[in-house]
Design a protein around this ligand. Structure first.
Ligand code: PNW
Length: 463
C-alpha cells in the first residue's frame, strides 16, 4: 500500500468465491454442496464442467497471495465453503477445513492484505438441502447463524469485515424460480420464501456477530442489483423504472436497513410476500453496517399494463458494448445506482464488492492476454465511482470481480472474469494486461484518473 497516494483509506481489492476457485472438493473431509450435486447432474452446466478442481486454489493459495501482492491489493474478498468446515451443515465440525481458512487469513495478514470474508456464496451443504429442503425451511436462519458464530469465533480476531450472504437475489431467483443455478428448482412462489429466509439468516448472524464482537468490525450482505433507466421520459415509464429498482435493490436493502419490505412489494405481491415477525424486524433493522454492492449492468424499463405484479418490462440498454455474458456495459448505471442507494439508505457508506466483466480473452503463446476491453470496463466504472464520490456519495472500497478466471457457475470455465488468466489444463496463472493496469491504478490513487469520458457521454445519451 502506498501511504502517499491521495486516498489511502480507500479499500482496493479483488474478490473470489470458494466453489469457483478452490477445487479439492472431496479432500480433507469436505462434504458435497448443492453446487457439487448440480454440476454432477447432466445438462446443468456448460460442457458438464464442475468445481472439482477449478483453479486448485486450495493447494495453491500461497501462489495466489503472491499474485495479489503483485496486483497491489489492499484487501481480498473470499468465501468460506460451509461444507468444508461443517460437512453436514450443522453439528460436527471439520478441523482440517477451519485450518485451511486460518492459514489463508494468516498469510493474507502477513502479506499486508486485509481479508474480507463471505460466509455464504451459494455452496449450501447438500445435507441441508436433502434433509430439510434448503433455504425454504424456516430453521435455516438459526442453523446458518450457528455456523456464522463459529466463523466469528475462529477468525474474528483477524477478520474485521464480513459479508453474510452473497446476492440473495441470485439464490432466490436463479436457484429457486428459474432453476438455472443450484438447487435447480422452478417455483415462482418459492423465490419469495427463500429470499425471506436468507434475510432472516443474515439478521440472525449479524446479531451473533454484534454480541460477540470485541474490536472494530463491520458486517453486511452483498446486494446485487442493476439500475433501471426509464425507457422514455413518460411519467408512467419513470414510475415503472422506480418500481423495478425498489423491487430489486429494495427487496433486500429495505429489510436490511428499515426492517421491512418496500411498500410497492407489499402492495403488489400481497400474500406471496411473507411477513417478518416482530423479532425478525428488530434483528433486521440496521443490520447493514455498510452497503455492499455487486454491480455488473443495467437495463431499460417501460410500463406495461398487466405485465406481472409490477407491470413492467425490462430490456437490455441498447447501443452500448456487451460483455461475453451478453451484459450491456453501462457505467452510468453504477453512477445512478450509487446515488439511489445513498439517498434511500441515509448515506450509509458503500463498498463495491464486485464489478467486472467476462470477455473472450485471446492468450498469446506465453499465456499473456492483452485485454483492452476489460481495462476499458474497469476504467469507466472507476470513473463513474469517482464522479459519484465527487458529488458526495460515500464510496469507500472497490473489489474487482475476479482475482482470477474461475468456474462461472452454470456457464463453466469459458466465461473469464479474471485479472489473472488461469489455464485450466495446466492451472498456470498469468497476469493479464488488466491486472497490470489495476495494479498501476491502485498505486496511483485509482479514482479520478484518466478516461472519465464514456460515463459522461452515457449520462447524456440515457437522459
Ligand atoms: C455474481 N445475473 O453472480 C456472483 O457473485 C459471482 O460469483 C459471479 O461469478 C459473478 O457475479 C459474475 O457472474 C451473478 O444473471 C450471476 O443477473 C448472475 C447474475 C448476477 C450475478
Amino acid at each position: 500500500m502506498n501511504p502517499s497516494r491521495p486516498d489511502s483509506d480507500f479499500l482496493w481489492g479483488a474478490a473470489t468465491a470458494a466453489y469457483q476457485i478452490e477445487g479439492a472438493a472431496a479432500e480433507d473431509g469436505r462434504a458435497p454442496s448443492i453446487w457439487d450435486v448440480f454440476c454432477a447432474t447432466p445438462g446443468k452446466t456448460a460442457r458438464g464442467e464442475t468445481g472439482a478442481i477449478a483453479c486448485d486454489h486450495y493447494h495453491r493459495y500461497r501462489e495466489d497471495i503472491g499474485l495479489m501482492r503483485r496486483l497491489n491489493l489492499g484487501a481480498y474478498r473470499f468465501s468460506i465453503s460451509w461444507p468444508r468446515v461443517i460437512p453436514s451443515g450443522r453439528g460436527t465440525t471439520n478441523e482440517a477445513g477451519w485450518t485451511f481458512y486460518e492459514r489463508l487469513v494468516d498469510e493474507l495478514c502477513a502479506a499486508g492484505i486485509r481479508p474480507v470474508v463471505t460466509l455464504f456464496h451459494w455452496d449450501l451443504p447438500a445435507a441441508l438441502q436433502n434433509e430439510l429442503g434448503g433455504w425454504a425451511h424456516d430453521d435455516l436462519p438459526a442453523i446458518f447463524a450457528d455456523y456464522a458464530a463459529m466463523a466469528f469465533a475462529r477468525l474474528g480476531d483477524r477478520v474485521s469485515m464480513w459479508l453474510t450472504i452473497n446476492e440473495p437475489w441470485c439464490v432466490a431467483e436463479l436457484g429457486h424460480v428459474r432453476g438455472c443455478h443450484a438447487p435447480g428448482l422452478k417455483d415462482p412462489a418459492l423465490g419469495y420464501r427463500v429470499a425471506h429466509n436468507l434475510l432472516r439468516a443474515h439478521a440472525h448472524a449479524v446479531a451473533r456477530y454484534r454480541a460477540a464482537r470485541r474490536g472494530p468490525g463491520a458486517i453486511s450482505f452483498a446486494l446485487n442489483t442493476s439500475y433501471s433507466f426509464p425507457a422514455s421520459a413518460l411519467a408512467a415509464d419513470r414510475a415503472a423504472a422506480e418500481r423495478a429498482i425498489e423491487s430489486f435493490a429494495g427487496w433486500f436493502g429495505d429489510p436490511g436497513v428499515f426492517g421491512a419490505y418496500p411498500a410497492v412489494m407489499r402492495a403488489r405481491l400481497g400474500s406471496l410476500l411473507p411477513e417478518f415477525s416482530a423479532e425478525d424486524t428488530r434483528l433486521l433493522k440496521g443490520s447493514m453496517d455498510f452497503i455492499a454492492l455487486n454491480y455488473y449492468t443495467s437495463d431499460l424499463v417501460r410500463h406495461v399494463p398487466g405485465a406481472g405484479p409490477f407491470e413492467l418490462e425490462a430490456s437490455p440498454v441498447p447501443d452500448v458494448p456487451r460483455t461475453a455474458t451478453g451484459w450491456p456495459v453501462v457505467p452510468e448505471g453504477l453512477h445512478r445506482l450509487l446515488h439511489w442507494l445513498s439517498g434511500r439508505y441515509a448515506r450509509l457508506p458503500i463498498h463495491i464488492m464486485e464489478n467486472g466483466a467476462a470477455f473472450d480473452d485471446r492468450p498469446d503463446k506465453d499465456g499473456f492476454v492483452d485485454d483492452q476491453d476489460r481495462i476499458a470496463y474497469l476504467r469507466d466504472h472507476l470513473a463513474a465511482i469517482a464522479r459519484a464520490r465527487g458529488e458526495g456519495v460515500d464510496v469507500r472500497g472497490y473489489f474487482a470481480w475476479s482475482l482470477l478466471d474461475n468456474l462461472e457457475w452454470a456457464e463453466g470455465f469459458s466465461k473469464r472474469f479474471g485479472l489473472v488468466r488461469c489455464d485450466f489444463e495446466t492451472l498456470r496463472r498469468t497476469i493479464k494486461a488488466s491486472g497490470y493496469w489495476y495494479a498501476q491504478a491502485i498505486a496511483s490513487g485509482g479514482l479520478g484518473g484518466a478516461g472519465a469520458v464514456r460515463t459522461d457521454q452515457q449520462a447524456e445519451a440515457l437522459e
